[in-house]
Design a protein around this ligand. Structure first.
Ligand SMILES: Cc1cc2nc3c(=O)[nH]c(=O)nc-3n(C[C@H](O)[C@H](O)[C@H](O)COP(=O)(O)OP(=O)(O)OC[C@H]3O[C@@H](n4cnc5c(N)ncnc54)[C@H](O)[C@@H]3O)c2cc1C
Length: 404
């Protein structure tokens, strides 16, 4: 992947006049502050993401300059307390930020989700006071980029089988193993990595770029999330200072808590992508003339638009209610699974229907639909596949785990 800078990425003049569909007046459920945050992120996306995103995706370029810009916007760690550089905002505000960024591009939202929910969250939640002070302000400002290493080449849906090992060597630890499919990794300054100790207990470890034996090769050839950079993490006898272990929590529950936070953000983000596809199709249908009238006047097109808007409205309501529950500390893993599973699925269906409404034009980069569709193929797989979320819900409903 090339590393283009802000200067040499082609900025297109795009008329991004996006307004979100709000069929049930859900805006009335949002506070002044939440609306203000939503609108300022929407403006940011129109100005900073829409003009470059097609070019970045076509060339498979991660627009590196956006990391600092996200920091200035306050997109990193919105719900981390302000003392550590976070936004101190509520969970609905966090969700709205994810929705707006993914309306621009799922890959851009992935960068922000990973930094906020998978790097800052575990350091805040499970880190020592020294670790919080050392890393969180720099991650919040975008001076540091982070990544999260859980998945391994042979352990994806079943991370408990992980082979990455951390061994006590007296005054330090030794880390060996590898992680696969890690968002941000080739550019990350810091990685939150999950590894097993001698007793088989999963521990969180902060690994810094520059540590001897630590490399982050890039994964090439993705047809999805092309503006997001993905790679591996490789550890060959990496010497880890003892103070780099996350002391607050161990066991699989620790990374799963991080995933809950990230999946919550994805549930909101997917609605952003769905809204972008719906709005694009609605506008196109009202302007495209066939058989002497706008195609929006044909019943089959109206059926598609009606079903899209119905699903978007249901997903918006799920997100709002889930945000309320999360603000009260009551959202369960299974509730989050339902939202992630449902919202990504409907976003993907909406992308496919919207593309059909645009006919041949739907496959071009003149419109964002095909890009969203390809992105959503990753979103439906990462952070727990569509079927794994079904099994999480099935376990919750029946009390019987069907994973094995
Ligand atoms: C672009 C991208 C970015 C990513 N970023 C990160 C990251 O930053 N950090 C990170 O740690 N990981 C990351 N991932 C990894 C991602 O979370 C995994 O791909 C995902 O968890 C699935 O694992 P897998 O690909 O190994 O698939 P597998 O686990 O091999 O699953 C393959 C298929 O088998 C099904 N399956 C598996 N087990 C069962 C079962 N018990 N019952 C029924 N069906 C089952 C799955 O649903 C799936 O359809 C990323 C992935 C992608 C594609």
């Amino acid at each position: 992947m090339n590393m283009l800078t802000k200067e040499n990425i082609k900025k297109k003049v795009v008329a991004d006049d996006f307004e979100s569909p709000d069929f049930y007046d859900i805006d009335a459920l949002l506070t002044e502050e939440q609306l203000m945050i939503r609108d300022s992120v929407r403006q940011f996306v129109k100005k900073e993401i829409s003009p470059i995103i097609e070019d970045c995706c076509e060339q498979a370029v991660f627009p590196e300059h956006i990391v600092k810009a996200f920091g200035e916007l306050g997109a990193f760690g919105p719900s981390i307390p302000e003392t550590y550089g976070g936004g101190g905002l509520d969970e609905i505000s966090y969700g709205l930020i994810m929705q707006e960024i993914e309306r621009g591009d799922s890959g851009m939202r992935s960068t922000v989700s990973v930094q906020s929910s998978l790097v800052m969250y575990p350091i805040y939640k499970f880190g020592s006071e020294e670790q919080r002070k050392k890393y969180l302000p720099k991650l919040a400002s975008g001076d540091m980029l982070g990544c999260f290493g859980l998945t391994e080449p042979d352990f994806g849906s079943n991370p408990s089988g992980m082979l990455t090992k951390i061994t006590d060597a007296g005054d330090h630890f030794i880390l060996n193993g590898s992680k696969m499919w890690i968002s941000n990794s080739p550019k990350a300054d810091v990685a939150v990595v999950w590894a097993k100790n001698e007793a088989g207990r999963i521990k969180g470890v902060i690994v810094e770029r520059g540590m001897e034996g630590f490399t982050t090769p890039e994964i090439h050839g993705k047809w999805s999330l092309r503006a997001s950079i993905t790679g591996e993490l490789s550890f060959d006898n990496v010497k880890i200072p003892k103070e780099n272990i996350l002391p607050g929590k161990d066991g699989l529950g620790a990374p799963l808590m991080c995933l809950d936070s990230a999946r919550y953000g994805i549930a909101w983000g997917a609605v952003g992508a769905a809204m972008s596809c719906y709005e694009t199709a609605r506008k196109y249908a009202s302007e495209r003339i066939q058989f002497g009238k706008p195609i929006a006047g044909f019943q089959l097109i109206q059926k598609k638009l009606t079903e899209m808007l119905t699903e978007i409205t249901k997903a918006q309501l799920i997100n709002w209610r889930l945000g309320k529950l999360k603000n009260e500390g009551k959202a369960t893993t299974a509730q989050i699974s339902m939202a992630k599973r449902n919202n990504v699925e409907i976003a993907l269906q909406i992308a496919r229907e919207a593309r059909q409404i645009l006919g041949g034009m739907g496959i071009t980069q003149e419109y964002p639909i095909m890009r969203h569709m390809m992105n959503l193929e990753s979103v439906i797989t990462y952070e727990g596949t569509h079927d794994i979320h079904l099994l999480i819900m099935g376990h919750d409903i029946t009390g019987i785990p069907a994973f094995q």
